[in-house]
Write a protein that binds this ligand. Structure first.
Ligand SMILES: [Ca+2]
Ligand SMILES: [Ca+2]
Length: 397
């Protein structure tokens, strides 16, 4: 019984062949087909292109290519292969011999993929038919696109169970998706640091990786950044030895605004190989422009108090200014005495916790104060003007 499948299913099938699914963790390499034909296009493009001619006369598939064909089944498929291959494969004359001569690889019935060609008969008598596979049904039959199936030289899509003497040909490249991962995101000078890995399984050459913040979608309203995934990752080299270890990436993308930002990473196809791009993963991060830090110690010294601590502005690795207030600790002059300083003393303990900001973030200042009891509070001065200067700590002496 023939079953019609709606256009919605068709769109899903076509879309998954272009925008590839993310690989969320290191997983074994999918086993690749042995067949590797000469056409420098994805095998599935034959199926995509053939479907454009459904309900048309089969000979239309050669329109504009410089070749002509009847609306017979083999002529239609010849035209599809010729057009998709950029006029490099013309699988005629002959039936099976034509596909072979044009660089096709024969594959087994159970190893067929989208875009493979079914050839029944070889012109020596008996049934002749040629069709392009869309997908395989659970019962072993195929959903195909072909011409003249209803003896009207028209292209149609239908379910087809080819006879035992059918042979199967692959004219294009087998699809090998870009794989990878977005391992982590964190605040860093300039925005958000994203790290991960990316592999185009067609080659050991590194891919480009594009990062987007905002809502993470690949569009121009989101800040973007581009990098090259060629950094050493011993873990990748051991899981994917075919491709070697140099596939890590690490780059900063600017945040769109304060608040929750989504960062997504996209692995970009290596030029000259089939494919387009794949989303490698997304992660959310809270982005605040405000400095943070600590007042570690406030102690009495001759002439006042000594105030020691550190502060970092998450937008920059540069040292920022602090204001230390006595009296009530509130940031009001001249009511409360104040000392300003730049927090640029060495603090080698900080990089263990804040690895992208260096060490020059310490302060150790004298605040001249009377001997009466005092509350000392320190405020960090935001790197961007006219923004919030948060209190980073208080101590009473
Ligand atoms: Ca590729
Ligand atoms: Ca800031």
């Amino acid at each position: 019984m023939r079953k019609r499948i709606g256009i919605a299913n068709l769109i899903i099938v076509a879309a998954t062949s272009v925008v590839l699914q993310p690989v969320l963790s290191l997983s074994p390499l999918p086993s690749s087909s042995k067949a590797h034909a000469v056409g420098h296009y994805q095998n599935s493009e034959l199926a995509d292109h053939a479907q454009r001619f459904v309900n048309q006369w089969g000979g239309n598939a050669c329109h504009g290519t410089g070749k002509s064909a009847s609306g017979q089944c083999k002529g239609f498929v010849n035209c599809i292969v010729y057009a998709v291959s950029g006029r490099s494969q013309w699988p005629a004359p002959g039936y099976n011999s034509g596909f072979q001569a044009a660089g096709g690889q024969e594959v087994g019935r159970n190893n067929t993929i989208r875009g493979d060609i079914i050839q029944v008969g070889d012109g020596g008598g008996g049934t002749l038919h040629t069709a392009i596979i869309l997908w395989r049904h659970a019962d072993g039959a195929f959903e195909v696109v072909d011409s003249n199936w209803s003896f009207n030289e028209k292209v149609q899509r239908h379910k087809y169970a080819p006879p035992a003497n059918a042979r199967f040909w692959r004219m294009g490249q087998t699809e090998k998706p870009i794989i990878g991962h977005l391992d982590s995101v964190r605040r860093a000078p300039g925005g958000i640091l994203a790290q991960g890995w990316s592999i185009d399984q067609d080659t050991a050459s590194p891919t480009d990786v594009h990062l987007y913040s905002g809502n993470g979608e690949l569009n121009s309203s989101n800040p973007g950044a581009s990098t090259y995934a060629n950094q050493y990752r011993s873990d990748i080299g051991s899981v994917y030895p075919t491709y070697g270890p140099n596939h890590g990436y690490r780059a900063v993308v600017r945040a769109k605004q304060a608040g929750i930002e989504r960062v997504c990473a996209y692995g970009i196809n290596v030029p000259g190989t089939p494919g387009s791009y794949a989303r490698l993963g997304c992660k959310d991060i809270h982005v605040s422009p405000d400095p943070y830090g600590s007042v570690d110690e406030v102690r009495r010294v001759p002439g006042g108090v000594q105030v020691r601590g550190w502060t970092i502005d998450p937008d920059t690795a540069s040292s920022i200014e602090i204001h230390a207030y006595g009296g009530t600790g509130a940031p009001s002059v001249p009511t409360n005495p104040m000392t300003a300083s730049t927090a640029n003393l060495e603090r080698p303990d900080l990089p263990a916790h804040y690895p992208d900001y260096g060490t020059k973030h310490g302060f150790d200042v004298l605040l001249p104060l009377p001997s009466s009891s005092q509350k000392v509070c320190v405020y960090a001065i935001n790197n961007s003007p006219n923004s919030h200067n948060p209190q980073i700590g208080c101590k009473s002496v």
